[in-house]
Design a protein around this ligand. Structure first.
Ligand code: MRU
Length: 353
């Protein structure tokens, strides 16, 4: 891939609009290889989301928004007077890429609303502006959450995080890792323990790489280490992101998050969720109603490309779980902080303009 100044591999530069195309830092290859993948159409963008080239709730929303720009460009070129039907089909294709993170549907809805009020013949400039605004707003939200979340950490401590809720999972800066970055800058983080996060290893491959880029001390651990680490003492907080938060405050996030929340409560460790309001889905009353993506058994039965399970064995691979609101100490959003979340507090936050 070409090495333009725009295509410098860095966690904060993982989704790049460059030269009228979309470039994604290929998260399947990190950290061994830093390469960008070119997405030249909505179909290629949907495929990249499905195949985990880009992952993380806000990041797939931002990516899908750029996918709509590519769609409009192609269909407008092909049929300048009748391009909308093709774009509508691509909106469906992008929405079908992954089912759980609400940010994907939220971003597509914003693009749909922009499409509805277009006042120019060529739809591309207005849609590109909207996609770039979604991208920029996400970074700003993360920076604000970083400040708010860091302020909650009273004394310097070690923390545990799960999966990757960093710059790579967002438009930039990160949600949970944004809080870690801000708190580290304020001298409040000793070390981050990053769960490796089987089977995709987002923790060991992505979170560890990201934190190294920011010179934040990080230790990777197998997912089953957290209980004994908490029992040993020294962990003040678990800090995670979210793919969808229900109206009652239940938090859907990477499989294994629920386990951490139970452990945290048992050990007196505080549990923080950092997520922009684009992650809150008021249409879903409770976590049990959130669709949980199931991926192939092969992801569980292999590790690092090598088969580790016997032939013909069954495996199940739900990739998210739901942490009940009562196990969440605090949800940090760009609009403010909710302690002990419940339906009333979530409703009040979302009613603010
Ligand atoms: O399957 P993934 O890698 O897309 O899952 C990502 C997560 O679960 C993240 O924790 C979540 O999206 C929060 S991202 C800021």
């Amino acid at each position: 891939m070409e090495t333009s100044a725009s295509l410098v591999a860095h966690p904060d530069n993982a989704i790049v609009w460059h030269d009228d195309n979309l470039f994604l830092l290929d998260q399947r290859a990190l950290p061994a290889e830093t390469r960008f993948l070119l997405c030249a159409s909505a179909a290629e963008t949907a495929r990249a989301i499905k195949d985990m080239v880009v992952r993380g709730a806000p990041a797939i929303g931002v990516t899908a928004a750029y996918g709509v720009v590519l769609s409009a460009r192609d269909h407008f070129q092909q049929e300048p007077t009748n391009w909308r039907a093709g774009v509508d089909q691509d909106l469906e294709l992008l929405a079908a890429a992954r089912p759980t993170a609400i940010n994907l549907f939220w971003a597509l809805e914003r693009m749909r609303r922009r499409l509805a009020v277009l006042d120019q013949l060529d739809p591309v400039p207005a849609l590109l502006t909207e996609a770039q605004r979604i991208h920029r707003d996400d970074v700003a939200a993360n920076q604000r959450m970083g400040e708010l979340g860091a302020a909650l950490i009273e004394t310097p401590t070690d923390v545990i995080t799960h999966c990757n809720a960093g710059a790579l999972a967002t438009g930039g800066y990160g949600t949970a890792l944004g809080v870690v970055r801000s708190a580290h800058a304020a001298g409040k983080i000793g070390r981050v323990y990053a769960d490796e996060t089987r089977p995709w290893l987002q923790g060991s491959r992505l979170t560890a790489w990201e934190l190294q880029q920011s010179d934040i001390p990080v230790t990777v651990q197998a997912d089953n280490v957290a209980a004994s680490l908490m029992a040993r003492g020294g962990i003040g907080w678990v800090i995670v992101g979210s793919d969808r938060i229900a109206a009652n405050g239940d938090v859907c996030n990477k499989i294994g998050t629920y386990m951490l929340a139970v452990l945290a409560r048992h050990h007196g460790v505080r549990f923080m969720v950092a997520a922009p309001t684009s992650t809150i889905d008021l249409k879903v009353g409770q976590g049990a109603d959130i669709p949980i993506e199931e991926r192939g058994a092969d992801e569980v039965l292999s590790c690092g490309g090598n088969r580790v399970g016997p032939d013909a064995v069954e495996a199940h691979n739900p990739v998210f779980d739901v942490t009940p609101a009562e196990l969440v100490d605090v949800i940090v959003t760009e609009r403010g902080v909710i302690e002990q979340p419940d339906a009333d507090k979530i409703g009040a936050l979302m009613a603010e303009v």
